[in-house]
Design a protein around this ligand. Structure first.
Ligand code: URA
Length: 234
């Protein structure tokens, strides 16, 4: 048994206070009867809970997107550094969320979290080749030869061979880089191997998802449709 407001909030119906208003307005039914008491205990396995007439399934899978600010390490805990877990608001704490892949401490932008271990592994698997788009500011200017070297698959200074990637110069000292792998410091090292030191890096897209207008430091829950697109990007 769990509280009705918690059940609704966990399924993305809104924050706890938004959910309370929804319940008060009569938008929620439990086994066909309008329920206006959001503190009421429900058993989602036995009772049918509907929002605006649509049944909500007892699926506690959660995927959220963070627009990561610089200065936080991607780790579940760290002795000295601030971690991305500290950016999760209370309703997403204790939900067993883990970051999907990692962004460097200085890198900003799109970082997913999920409590679904299978989805997490599928998204970070090099076999799945989920494309990630980064905006980079860097020293020097990307040339046609750099674009071709990225497309052919770069060899980094330590001999690591990268898969084909897309380098799109936007102007002097500014490029978009699309990679389908997640090697350590990959974009910074790829750019460095062509003599372009990255001074700022932001992940703007991962598979079908983009940051959209999500403000820096904010989190939002993915919709069921977005999760479906993530699972079947083609
Ligand atoms: N590549 C990098 O170099 N850093 C990141 O944070 C992500 C990709």
């Amino acid at each position: 048994m769990e509280r009705l407001d918690k059940f609704l909030a966990d399924r993305g119906a809104g924050t706890r206070s938004q959910v309370k208003l929804l319940v008060k307005s009569g938008a929620v039914t439990v086994d066909g009867r309008v329920e206006r008491d959001s503190s009421r205990k429900v058993d989602p396995a036995k009772e049918q809970i509907c929002l605006h007439g649509e049944p909500l399934v007892a699926d506690s899978r959660l995927v959220v997107m963070l627009n990561k600010p610089a200065g936080f390490v991607t780790a579940t805990e760290d002795k000295t550094e601030k971690t991305v877990m500290q950016l999760l608001p209370p309703e997403f704490q204790n939900r067993d969320l883990k970051p999907v892949g990692r962004l460097d401490k200085a890198t900003e932008g799109l970082l997913l979290f999920t409590n679904d271990g299978d989805l997490l592994h599928r998204l970070i698997s090099p076999k799945k080749e989920v494309p990630k788009i980064y905006y980079a500011r860097h020293e020097g200017e990307a040339s046609l030869a750099d674009v071709q070297a990225f497309a052919q698959g770069l060899t980094l200074r330590d001999g690591t061979v990268c898969r084909s990637a897309r380098l799109e110069p936007l102007g002097p000292g500014e490029s978009l880089v699309t990679v389908c792998e997640g090697k350590y410091h990959q974009v910074r090292r790829m750019m460095a191997s062509r003599g372009m030191t990255v001074t700022y890096l932001e992940r703007r897209a991962e598979g079908p998802l983009t940051l959209g207008g999500l403000p820096r430091g904010e989190i939002r829950q993915l919709t069921a449709e977005e999760i479906m697109q993530l699972e079947m990007p083609e």
